[in-house]
Design a protein around this ligand. Structure first.
Ligand code: CP3
Length: 345
C-alpha cells in the first residue's frame, strides 16, 4: 500500500504508522447537538434508520465535525432481528424492546427465513454515505455478532446480565445453536450486501460477549464468528474486505480471540491482559481508551490518551478508538480535543 492509501486501510494492513487513523465507536449519536436536532423529527428510532438520506446525513456529521479517518454506516445491529419479524422498537430511557421475542424452541423452528432484500434501506444508506464521503475516507459497515443478536432476540430487551437468555441457552441448547446458525447466515448475506453497496471495512459487534464464561463464549459466540469470517474470506465479493471484531470484555485468553481470524481486534477499555506480542503481524489492534476519560478535564484526557499511544506506538497496525462507544453525556469539544492530541503526539 502506498502513501495515498487511506490510513485506516494501511493500519488494517498491519503497517506501522507515525500517526494512527482515528474513528470512534458510536461517533454519530446523541452527544452531538446536530444529531439530536435530526432525531427530534422522528418518534421511532427505527423509522429514522429506515430513511437512507437521513442515515447519510447522520453518518457525515462526525466526519464534518472532527475530520475523522473513517465513517461508520448509520444504522443499528437490531435491523436483522427486525427483519426476522421480531418487531424491534426503541423506547425512551429503556432502549430496544421486542414485540415478539423468542420464547421457546418452537419459536426458533418457526422463524421466518431471512430475506436480505428486506434490509435494502441499509444498503441504500451505505451507497448514499459512500457517495457523500471524500474518496480517501473509508466507510465501515457492520453487524451484531450472532450471539449478541440472539441475546437480544431471546431476552427481548436490554439487560445487565441477560439471565433469561443464559437460562434459555442452557435449557434449549440444540435450538439455540439452530438460532445462532440462522443468524450467522443472515449476518453473512447482510454484510455481503453492505460490501456490494460500497462498505470498505466491516466491524462485527459482540457487545454481549462479557456475559458468557470461557466455555460458553467459545460454544455460543466464537463458534459462529469464526465461520462468519471464513465465509466472508471465501466469497469473491468480500474476500478483500478487512474485518474488525469488537468483543466486550471477553472472558478468554488472547489466543482464542486471535483464532477468530479477524483482521483487527478492537480492545475493550479494561482488556489490559491482551498479549500484543501474539498479535504482531497477525492482526491489527484498535481502541482501548476508556470512554469515561472523556468526562474528565483536558489534562487527564491528555495523560490517559498518551498512555494508550505509548502502549501501541511500536505496534504494526494500531487504530485509535475508544474501548467502547461514545456516550450521550460526552461533550463534543472533548472529542475534538482528543483527535487533536492524537494527531499532535
Ligand atoms: O456512529 C455510530 O456508531 C452510529 C451507528 C450505530 C448505532 N448503533 C446507532 C444508535 C451503531 C454502530 C450501533 C451499534 C449497536 N446498537 C450496538 C453495538 C455497539 C455497542 O455499543 O456495543 C448495540 C449493542 C446496539 C443496540 C442498541 N441500539 C441499544 C442497546 C440502544 C439503546 C441504548 C443506547 O445506547 O442508546 C440503541 C440505540 C441507538 N443506536 C442510538 C444510536 C445513535 C440512540 C437512539 C436514540 O437516539 O434514541
Amino acid at each position: 500500500m502506498n502513501e495515498s492509501t487511506p490510513l485506516l486501510l494501511r493500519a488494517l494492513n498491519k503497517e506501522k504508522l507515525s500517526t494512527p487513523p482515528i474513528w470512534f465507536m458510536r461517533q454519530a449519536g446523541r452527544y452531538m447537538p446536530e444529531y439530536r436536532k435530526v432525531r427530534s423529527k422522528f418518534k421511532n428510532f427505527m423509522d429514522m434508520c429506515k430513511d437512507p438520506d437521513v442515515c447519510c446525513e447522520l453518518a457525515m456529521q462526525p466526519i464534518n465535525a472532527f475530520s475523522l479517518d473513517a465513517a461508520i454506516l448509520f444504522s443499528d445491529i437490531l435491523t436483522i432481528p427486525d427483519a426476522f419479524g421480531l418487531g424491534v422498537e426503541f423506547i425512551e430511557n429503556k432502549g430496544p424492546v421486542f414485540k415478539s421475542p423468542i420464547k421457546s424452541k418452537d419459536d426458533i423452528h418457526n422463524l421466518i427465513g431471512f430475506n436480505p432484500e428486506n434490509l435494502s434501506y441499509v444498503y441504500q444508506a451505505v451507497a448514499n454515505i459512500k457517495r457523500a464521503l471524500p474518496e480517501n475516507i473509508p466507510l465501515i459497515g457492520f453487524c451484531g455478532s450472532p450471539w449478541t443478536l440472539a441475546a437480544y432476540s431471546i431476552e427481548g430487551h436490554s439487560s445487565k446480565d441477560f439471565k433469561n437468555t443464559i437460562n434459555f441457552i442452557t435449557k434449549n441448547t440444540e435450538a439455540s445453536h439452530l438460532l445462532l446458525s440462522k443468524l450467522t447466515d443472515a449476518c453473512f448475506l447482510y454484510l455481503r450486501k453492505q460490501v456490494q453497496a460500497g462498505a470498505d471495512v466491516i466491524q462485527i459487534f459482540d457487545s454481549w460477549a462479557n456475559i458468557l464464561d470461557a466455555q460458553q463464549l467459545n460454544e455460543f459466540s466464537f463458534n459462529y464468528i469464526r465461520p462468519l469470517i471464513t465465509a466472508l474470506k471465501n466469497d469473491p465479493v468480500t474476500s478483500n474486505t478487512p474485518v474488525i471484531l469488537f468483543a466486550r470484555n471477553p472472558k478468554c485468553n488472547s489466543k482464542s480471540i486471535l483464532q477468530t481470524s479477524a483482521d483487527c481486534i478492537s480492545l475493550y477499555w479494561s482488556m489490559n491482559d491482551f498479549d500484543h506480542s501474539l498479535a504482531i503481524g497477525k492482526t491489527a489492534l484498535q481502541g482501548n481508551l476508556n470512554p469515561e476519560i472523556l468526562l474528565e478535564s483536558k489534562d487527564i484526557i491528555k495523560k490517559e490518551t498518551y498512555k494508550i499511544l505509548d502502549k501501541f506506538k511500536d505496534f504494526p497496525g494500531y487504530i485509535f478508538n475508544l474501548g467502547h462507544g461514545l456516550t450521550p453525556d460526552i461533550c463534543p469539544d472533548k472529542v475534538k480535543y482528543l483527535t487533536e492530541i492524537v494527531r499532535e503526539y
